[in-house]
Ligand binder design. Structure first.
Ligand SMILES: C[S@@+](CC[C@H](N)C(=O)[O-])C[C@H]1O[C@@H](n2cnc3c(N)ncnc32)[C@H](O)[C@@H]1O
Length: 316
């Protein structure tokens, strides 16, 4: 499967997992509904002609709505990046001064053009907002970031996504909570949820509590649509307790995945990813990569380790 990569970057981007997700996703007659859109990479590769896409991050939604309205176009992005790229390459402190200028301009004016600049010139393609909601990723330290080939690549991505999300009535963007979106789904639709992972990375737009997970579970339990939820299953240190608390009642398939970025070492290691779904798939075995049975053994091992730790605490 050739994956179309969107113009926005983020550390949680699911590009490498798209073939796995789409392989599990049944083809339905209805809409693709994605309450936690992020960069949009999954929706844009879903092959659906109708979609409802949502994110609480207004900058993502403004960008895609701007493309739909043609207030943002590929030629305008090219022109903008050529101008800003030139200023970046000539700026003091190896370009850092200009990066800081664009960052503070974005944090007061929220231009979708500056949003793309920061997404593509920030450290490691990360997207992170501080407690005040300001973009706070440092510069990638490449003053020549916007070389012609890179601008062409971004411009092509913008042109391709503009094609996918037209015409407007069939691709609808919202800037709401997931709780307002899931109830819109009907029997023929498919919902793909990729919420912030409980107990892991947090920022201004990615706070996630057990209450949020519970609300998501309640809404997905009630939906008549088919759903797929992405979450983490376990890593070398611990299990995702939300799996036993909520998701075990549905079908679960798993896969090892390596996340490259993230400030904290635990976020940078291999994670066993899970897809939770409310339907049967005839190809489950192939999705489990031999892990489904092992997971039960693994849960037992974790329980035994917990018991051992508990009894050694009692002995001390
Ligand atoms: C893990 S990211 C999604 C990544 C996406 N699948 C991709 O591949 O780029 C989670 C997204 O959920 C959004 N989000 C966080 N809390 C939300 C909420 N309560 N309702 C809707 N979206 C939310 C965040 O802004 C973030 O973009």
């Amino acid at each position: 499967m050739k994956i179309f990569v969107p113009p926005i970057k983020s550390q949680g981007i699911k590009t490498k997992l798209v073939p796995w997700i789409m392989d599990l996703a049944p083809k339905t007659n209805g809409k693709w509904i994605e309450p936690f859109l992020g960069t949009g990479v999954v929706a844009f590769n879903s092959g659906y002609k109708k979609a409802i896409l949502n994110d609480t991050n207004p900058h993502i939604i403004n960008f895609y709505k701007g493309l739909q309205k043609k207030a943002i176009t590929a030629p305008l992005i090219k022109q903008y990046l050529e101008l800003e790229g030139e200023l970046l390459s000539k700026a003091d402190n190896n370009g850092y001064e200009h990066y800081l200028k664009v960052r503070s301009r974005f944090n007061s004016e929220f231009s979708p053009y500056d949003f793309i600049f920061l997404s593509r010139a920030g450290f490691n393609g990360m997207m992170r907002f501080n407690k005040k909601g300001n973009w706070n990723i440092p510069f990638c330290k490449k003053p020549d970031r916007f070389a012609q080939a890179y601008i062409t690549k971004i411009t092509n991505q913008v042109a391709a996504v503009s094609q996918i999300i037209q015409p407007k009535p069939n691709w609808i963007f919202h800037n709401k909570s997931f709780a307002d979106i899931i109830p819109l789904a009907t029997e023929n639709d498919i919902i793909y949820c990729d919420p912030p992972y409980y107990g892991r990375y947090v920022d201004y737009f990615n706070g996630w509590t057990e209450k949020d997970e519970e609300l998501l579970f309640t809404l997905l339990s009630k939906t008549k649509a088919k759903f797929i939820l992405s979450t983490w299953h376990h890593n070398d240190w611990r299990e995702n307790e939300m799996i036993t608390k909520f998701w075990n009642k549905f079908n679960i398939v798993t896969k090892d995945h390596f996340y490259h970025s993230g400030g904290n070492i635990e976020n940078r290691r291999t994670v066993v990813e899970a897809l939770v779904c409310n339907f049967e798939a005839d190809n489950f075995q192939q999705h489990n990569h031999g892990l489904r049975e092992k997971l039960k053994e693994r849960q037992l091992t974790f329980q035994l380790l917990d018991q051992e730790a508990e009894s050694s605490r009692i002995q001390v």
